[in-house]
Design a protein around this ligand. Structure first.
Ligand SMILES: NC(=O)c1ccc[n+]([C@@H]2O[C@H](COP(=O)([O-])OP(=O)(O)OC[C@H]3O[C@@H](n4cnc5c(N)ncnc54)[C@H](OP(=O)(O)O)[C@@H]3O)[C@@H](O)[C@H]2O)c1
Length: 343
């Protein structure tokens, strides 16, 4: 397997690995051994960019997890490997639940509809507390990239961004990121930071994959990177897109996986059918499966998009990083994206 290349994050001058490792399942679906094995392998391949949040993954299980687990696992790993300074560590605040145990039904399952109204949000009080809790769990005194996890429209942006700017000024946070944020809000955020001379977000984390949701699809608080967003990015090269759920939970592996995906109805369109067909043609020709091909396609998009690669076991990560070895020429990219009719 090839070593992982590096790319610049926005215009920061900071180089990060071309793929980011999503640590959402670590400490819950993945135990210590499986997590360490995955992290070690990523680091050995030259990867340094790791993504977590202060709420991963409270929803796993029947109430035994609260959202500390992934950060704590990463903290333990960096402590054991003594490699904190070699890691570019991203975490998030704002989508932790005020009380993750109170939001379950009698069977212990999350009451998903109530989740957004139970987010802690991005007020000054929450951010200042959350950052300290994350530092403690991560066993570090700085965070390379700190995201607002879900845009909080109830807290004035001045409060959120002014507080984050103080944390940047004091060196606790190196860079700012925003996740699940609409383009018009992002422009407001950027303009406000510019007006005040505050640190601006340089990483935007949105859902993004090869299939596109139906026009007007309701993804809840999640924001899928769309044409409007890419147009905005083209004018704002100081921001880089971090693509989360790049495999839409692994749906490119099989039809069964697609039908089982909780959001499949939002993606089940003629556009998706055509895209899946083209994916199959290219996958067969190259002898690779749909998940690998989707990640390879994403790695060939310009300007650079950084996929956040996820999985619930080591083998997923190993298979997904094989995408780094796949070369797609211009004609194949055109075919996959429907700009030409022949593969
Ligand atoms: N900002 C946000 O709001 C947000 C939201 C979600 C995720 N994220 C970040 O993005 C990262 C990735 O997100 P994600 O986990 O949703 O990504 P994803 O790539 O869309 O889904 C990962 C899931 O796909 C399946 N999968 C992955 N590789 C596979 C393989 N090679 N073969 C078969 N199945 C495979 C597994 O499902 P099974 O477990 O069912 O087998 C795995 O858990 C997370 O770790 C997190 O850091 C951010």
């Amino acid at each position: 397997m090839e070593m992982i290349d590096y790319t610049m994050l926005g215009r920061t001058g900071t180089q990060v690995s071309r793929v980011c490792l999503g640590a959402m399942t670590m400490g819950t679906l993945m135990d210590r051994d499986e997590s360490f094995r995955t992290l070690d392998s990523f680091a050995e391949q030259g990867g340094n960019f790791i993504d977590t949040a202060n709420c991963y993954s409270w929803w796993v299980g029947k109430g035994e997890n609260v959202g500390d687990e992934s950060e704590a696992m990463l903290g333990e790993w960096m402590h054991a490997r003594k490699n904190r300074e070699r890691i570019f560590l991203a975490t998030k605040c704002g989508a932790r639940l005020r009380d993750p145990r109170a939001i379950r039904d009698a069977d212990g399952n999350p009451r998903w509809a109530e989740v957004p109204s139970n987010y802690e949000g991005a007020s000054r009080r929450v951010i200042l507390g959350a950052v300290q809790d994350s530092l403690r769990r991560l066993r570090t005194d700085y965070i390379d990239l700190y995201y607002v996890h879900v845009d909080d429209r109830k807290t004035p942006l001045e409060e959120t961004l002014g507080t984050l700017n103080e944390l940047v000024a004091s060196g606790v946070i190196r860079h700012l990121g925003y996740s699940n944020v609409r383009t018009w809000r992002l422009e407001r955020i950027r303009a406000l930071c510019e007006r005040n001379g505050w640190a601006q977000p340089i990483a935007i984390q949105q859902e993004y994959s090869f299939l596109r949701p139906a026009a007007g699809a309701n993804l809840g608080v999640a924001v899928h990177a769309d044409g409007e967003f890419f147009d905005y990015l083209a004018e704002n090269p100081s921001m880089t897109l971090l693509a989360y759920s790049p495999l839409l939970k692994g749906i490119y592996a099989s039809r069964e996986k697609r039908l089982a995906y909780y959001n499949w109805s939002l993606y089940d369109t003629p556009d998706s059918a055509a895209r899946l067909e083209r994916l199959e043609v290219v996958g067969k020709r190259l002898g690779i499966d749909g998940n690998t091909l989707v990640l390879a396609w994403m790695l060939h998009r310009k300007p650079a998009i950084i996929p956040i690669v996820g999985g619930s076991r080591f083998s997923h990560f190993r298979e997904n990083f094989a995408a780094l070895d796949v070369r797609l020429d211009g004609e194949t990219m055109d075919y996959l994206e429907g700009r030409s009719a022949s593969a």
